[in-house]
Design a binder for this molecule. Structure first.
Ligand code: HEM
Length: 419
C-alpha cells in the first residue's frame, strides 16, 4: 500500500453499504442499525460520498453553513449538470441549485402560499377527490392502495392549489414522478434503465407548464399562487422566468411521489399494527401524529438528502474535502435511540417533534402542511369507510434512486361474503 492509499483509507473509513441491493427498500433497518452503531460517518465508495448515520450529526448539518445544498458546489457538478440536459435549468435555478441569497428570496415569495391556513382551504377538494376514488372502487373486494388510490391524490391537491384544471393532472403527475427520478440520475450510482421514458415525461410536463403559465399571464386570477408568482416575475427583480418555472416544477416534483408514499406507508404500518390501528380509529385526532410517526419509524427515503462541503473540514472525526458529497442517512437518524426511546417501536402517541422527516433550516419542506392534510384525509377516510380492511400480501417494491418505492400495496377492503 502506498503512503497515499494508506492516508486515504485512514481518512475514509469504508463500510458495507448497499442501498440498491435486493431487499433493502423493503427493510433497510437491520443494515442501517449496524452502521449507526458502528460509526457516525463512513465513506460509501460506490456512491462517491460520505454518509452520516446519527441524529445529532445529521440534524446539525441542516443548519451548518459549511455545507451547501446547491449541486453546483459538488466536485462532480459538471458531470451531473450534463446528465438529462432537459433538466439543466431546473437544476441550476431550482431551490436545490440557487445560491443562499437567491434561495431565500424565492422561499420568501412562496412560503405564504403553503401556511397551514392557506392549505386548509384545499380540504374540501381533497376530500372530494378521495371520496371519488373510493366510490369508483367500492364494489371491489380487493384494492391496490398505491395504484387505485394514493396515486390519484397528490397531483389533484397541487393542481387545486395552483388552480390548474384536472385535465392536466395525469401529464403533471408523470412529469413530477419522472423529474424526481431524473434528478437522481448522476447523483446516486444506480441509473434507471428507462432514462428515455423519463426524458419524454419531463419534456411533456415542461411544455405543459409553460402553456399553463402563458395562459395565466393572459388571464390572471384573484388570490392565486401562480398569478402572484407571475406578478413577481413581471416585476423583474423578484423572480426570473427560469426561477419561476423551476419553482413550480419543483413543487410538482417534490409534492407528488413523496405524498403517495406517505399514504401507502401509513396504510401499511397501521394495518401491520392492530394496536395502533385501534388507537387511531378510536381517536381520529391522533392521525396527524400517527403520520409523523410513520415517517419517523418507516421513513420513505432510500438513503436521505445530500449536502456538499463548501470547504475542507473535520466532521465526526473524518476529513471531508471541499466539494465532496455527504449523504444524511435520514431513516437511520430517525431510529437513533439517543433521541427516540424504544426507536424500533411504532408508537402513534410518541412525541415526534424531534423528527427530521421534513428537514430543518432554510430548506425545510414548504409542503409539510399539504402532505399532512392529504394523508390525514386519505388514510382517515379509507379506514372509516372500510373498517375491516386487511393486508392481502406483502407490498411490492421497485427501483427508485431516492425513495423506498412501494409500487403496489394490495388490501382486502371487506371480508368476502363467503368467508
Ligand atoms: C411525505 C411528504 C413529504 C416529505 C417527507 C418531504 C420531505 C422534504 C425534505 C426532507 C425536504 C428538505 C430536503 C433538504 O433539505 O435537502 C423537502 C424539501 C422540499 N419539499 Fe418536501 N416533502 C414532502 C412533501 C412535499 C410536498 C407536498 C411539497 C409541495 C407541494 C413539497 C415541496 C418541497 C420543496 C419545493 C422542497 C425544497 C425546499 C427548498 O429547497 O427550499 N414537499 N421536503
Amino acid at each position: 500500500m502506498t503512503q497515499e492509499q494508506a492516508n486515504q483509507s485512514e481518512t475514509k473509513p469504508a463500510f458495507d453499504f448497499k442501498p440498491f441491493a435486493p431487499g433493502y427498500a423493503e427493510d433497510p433497518f437491520p443494515a442501517i442499525e449496524r452502521l449507526r452503531e458502528a460509526t457516525p460517518i463512513f465513506y460509501w465508495d460506490e456512491g462517491r460520498s460520505w454518509v452520516l448515520t446519527r441524529y445529532h450529526d445529521v440534524s446539525a448539518v441542516f443548519r451548518d453553513e459549511r455545507f451547501a445544498v446547491s449541486r453546483e458546489e459538488w466536485e462532480s457538478s459538471a458531470e451531473y449538470s450534463s446528465t438529462i440536459p432537459e433538466l439543466s435549468d431546473m437544476k441550476k435555478y431550482g431551490l436545490f441549485g440557487l445560491p443562499p441569497e437567491d434561495h431565500a428570496r424565492v422561499r420568501k415569495l412562496v412560503n405564504p402560499s403553503f401556511t397551514s391556513r392557506a392549505i386548509d382551504l384545499l380540504r374540501a377538494e381533497i376530500q372530494r377527490t378521495v371520496d371519488q376514488l373510493l366510490d369508483a372502487r367500492s364494489g371491489q373486494e380487493e384494492f391496490d392502495v398505491v395504484r387505485d388510490y394514493a396515486e390519484g391524490i397528490p397531483m389533484r391537491a397541487i393542481s387545486a392549489l395552483l388552480k390548474v384544471p384536472a385535465e392536466c393532472d395525469e401529464k403533471f403527475r408523470r412529469f413530477g414522478s419522472a423529474t424526481a427520478r431524473a434528478l437522481g440520475v448522476g447523483l446516486v450510482p444506480q441509473v434507471d434503465e428507462e432514462t428515455k421514458t423519463l426524458v419524454a415525461s419531463v419534456t411533456e410536463g415542461l411544455a405543459l407548464l409553460h402553456g399553463v403559465l402563458d395562459e395565466r399571464r393572459r388571464n390572471p386570477l384573484e388570490n392565486d399562487v401562480l398569478t402572484m408568482l407571475l406578478q413577481a416575475e413581471a416585476d423583474g427583480s423578484r423572480l426570473s422566468t427560469k426561477e419561476l418555472v423551476a419553482l413550480v416544477g419543483a413543487i410538482i416534483a417534490a409534492g407528488t411521489d413523496t405524498t403517495i408514499y406517505l399514504i401507502a406507508f401509513a396504510v401499511l404500518n397501521l394495518l401491520r399494527s392492530p394496536e395502533a390501528l385501534e388507537l387511531v380509529k378510536a381517536e381520529p385526532g391522533l392521525m396527524r401524529n400517527a403520520l409523523d410517526e410513520v415517517l419517523r419509524f418507516d421513513n420513505i427515503l432510500r438513503i436521505g438528502t445530500v449536502r456538499f462541503a463548501r470547504q475542507d473540514l473535520e466532521y465526526c472525526g473524518a476529513s471531508i474535502k471541499k466539494g465532496e458529497m455527504v449523504f444524511l442517512l435520514i431513516p437511520s437518524a430517525l431510529r437513533d435511540g439517543t433521541v427516540f426511546s424504544r426507536p424500533d417501536v411504532f408508537d402513534v402517541r410518541r412525541d415526534t417533534s424531534a423528527s427530521l422527516a421534513y428537514g430543518r433550516g432554510p430548506h425545510v419542506c414548504p409542503g409539510v402542511s399539504l402532505a399532512r392534510l392529504e394523508a390525514e384525509i386519505a388514510v382517515g377516510t379509507i379506514l372509516r369507510r372500510f373498517p375491516d380492511m386487511k393486508l392481502k400480501e406483502t407490498p411490492v417494491f421497485g427501483y427508485h434512486p431516492a425513495f423506498r418505492n412501494i409500487e403496489s400495496l394490495n388490501v382486502i377492503l371487506r371480508p368476502s361474503k363467503a368467508g
